[in-house]
Design a protein around this ligand. Structure first.
Ligand code: GLN
Length: 447
């Protein structure tokens, strides 16, 4: 824990991964655990972890990187935070993100831009950019992020680390500030596949406080890291290796596939024919859900309260106008429109139908294949201040990640090489419902 703070002090003024540090509490907790008998300490005793700032932490500010929650101190812990504590991990602080997890670069934070440790002029990806950068910079060994449409996997790819989006329902969402509830999942970010498997094992499982959490058995993920992938059937979607993907990324993914083949796997080209519709469908569904979830930020029950407001209406209007950033407002507007009486049939309902088609694409590939492999992102990390002005580029890049959230299936991103500029490239391995164990086994064999 002390080493973790040493490293944070050495690099975080450049990386800017953390929004809040809890040094005193962390040291006190570590010392207390030191004096506990071995069997009470937990399986990951003493290891430092950082938590994305949309996961609520009792007594520690939880801002969602928004002015709206700048001073919000929760009175209870999210289930994953309780579980992290039970495992003996030491939380060292809260990590930067795009405001309310809306974005792909962490530039949408209301407070600071996080820098990619592999190139400080680059974004770390997003929205869990702080979570990925902190692990890549050696500030913590573990972090928790959230993935609604790629926000664990894409930053993991940009920062050269391992990031898992578990099956929807594998990890409790109790205490996660909701963005799009039917897509959100909390996931672990780590340097190695084994660490990732250990952390998922610690946070997974049914929780009576989240009715969408699953009673399925949580396997011993670490025990499954046998190195053996003989006979594994890999499908490579042609839609994931198409025109928009940079040649360097394509070459790295190809090389990774060759390695997997040399370990005894077989591969075929497959098709996910509705991929093309993933991005517009995502922005209809995710914004619709967000517009409803973010209605609770009214200036009264939570967070930002405008000074000098004269009546209720003015409180509502000013709290939301002053408390939310531009991207959040844009999405609330779009989502409200998509749900409006005149348009919900042609936007929201249609998007839900396309979502089903996209999920079925995966099901039919999984009839004949064990995993689907492709790139996590079409490019390496963008320059800070660059691509963010071109929303279409960002929205198009989501195609590779958001479909997985529609289907509720698990997917992991692992490092598979570097570009000529020395920026990391991520390999995405997608699996069947509740089959994270196979993803870890393949990732570990490759690593
Ligand atoms: N980039 C996507 C978005 O902006 C995904 C975000 C996420 O997974 N939280 O919504």
């Amino acid at each position: 824990t002390e080493d973790s703070f040493k490293q944070i002090k050495a690099v975080d003024d450049k990386v800017k991964a953390f929004l809040t540090l809890t040094e005193e509490d962390a040291i006190a907790r570590a010392e207390k655990l030191d004096n506990e008998p071995f069997e009470n300490r937990g399986s990951l005793f003493g290891l430092p972890i950082g938590i994305k700032d949309n996961i609520i932490t009792k007594g520690t500010k939880t801002t969602c990187a928004s002015k709206m929650l700048e001073d919000f101190v929760p009175v209870y812990d999210a289930t994953v935070v309780e579980k992290v504590n039970q495992a003996g991990l030491i939380s060292v602080g809260k990590l930067n993100m795009d405001e309310f997890a809306m974005g792909s670069t962490t530039e949408r934070s209301a407070f600071q831009t996080t820098h990619n440790p592999w190139g400080l002029d680059r974004v770390p990806g997003g929205s869990s950019g702080g979570s990925a950068a902190a692990v890549a910079a050696g500030e913590v060994l573990f972090s928790l992020g959230t993935d609604t449409g790629g926000s664990v996997r894409q930053p993991a790819a940009f920062c050269g680390i391992v990031g898992m989006k578990p099956t929807y329902g594998r990890v409790s969402r109790y205490g996660l500030v909701a963005f799009a509830s039917s897509l959100d999942q909390i996931g672990p970010l780590t340097r190695t596949v084994e660490d990732n498997a250990l952390l998922l094992g610690a946070i997974a499982g049914i929780d009576h406080r989240d009715s969408s959490s699953s009673p399925n058995q949580v396997p011993d993920f670490k025990a499954g890291l046998t190195g053996d992938i003989k006979g594994l059937r890999i499908g490579v979607p042609k839609e994931y290796m198409g025109e928009g993907v940079s040649p360097e990324v394509k070459a790295s993914v190809e090389a990774a596939l060759t390695v997997l083949e040399s370990l005894g796997a077989t591969r075929d080209e497959v098709s996910l024919p509705h991929s093309h519709y993933a991005s517009p469908t995502y922005y209809a569904i995710a914004t619709a859900e967000a517009s409803s979830n973010l209605a609770r930020f009214d200036g009264i029950r939570y967070g930002y309260h405008p000074k000098g407001a004269k009546n209720l209406e003015e409180i509502y209007l000013r709290a939301r106008a002053e408390g939310f950033g531009t991207e959040v407002k844009k999405r609330i507007l779009y989502g409200t429109y998509a749900l409006s009486a005149d348009h919900h049939e042609d936007l929201y309902v249609k998007a839900m139908k396309v979502r089903t088609l996209i999920a079925r694409d995966f099901n039919s590939v999984f009839e004949n294949y064990d995993v689907i492999v492709g790139p996590t992102s079409a490019t390496t990390a963008y320059e800070i201040g660059g691509v963010v002005r071109d929303p279409l580029t960002l929205y198009t890049n989501d195609i590779l990640t958001v479909s997985v959230n529609f289907a509720g299936i698990p997917a992991i991103s692992i490092p598979c090489g570097f570009s000529d500029e020395g920026l990391p490239i991520g390999l995405q391995i997608i699996g069947k419902h509740f089959d994270e164990a196979t993803l870890y086994r393949v990732a570990h064999a490759f690593e």
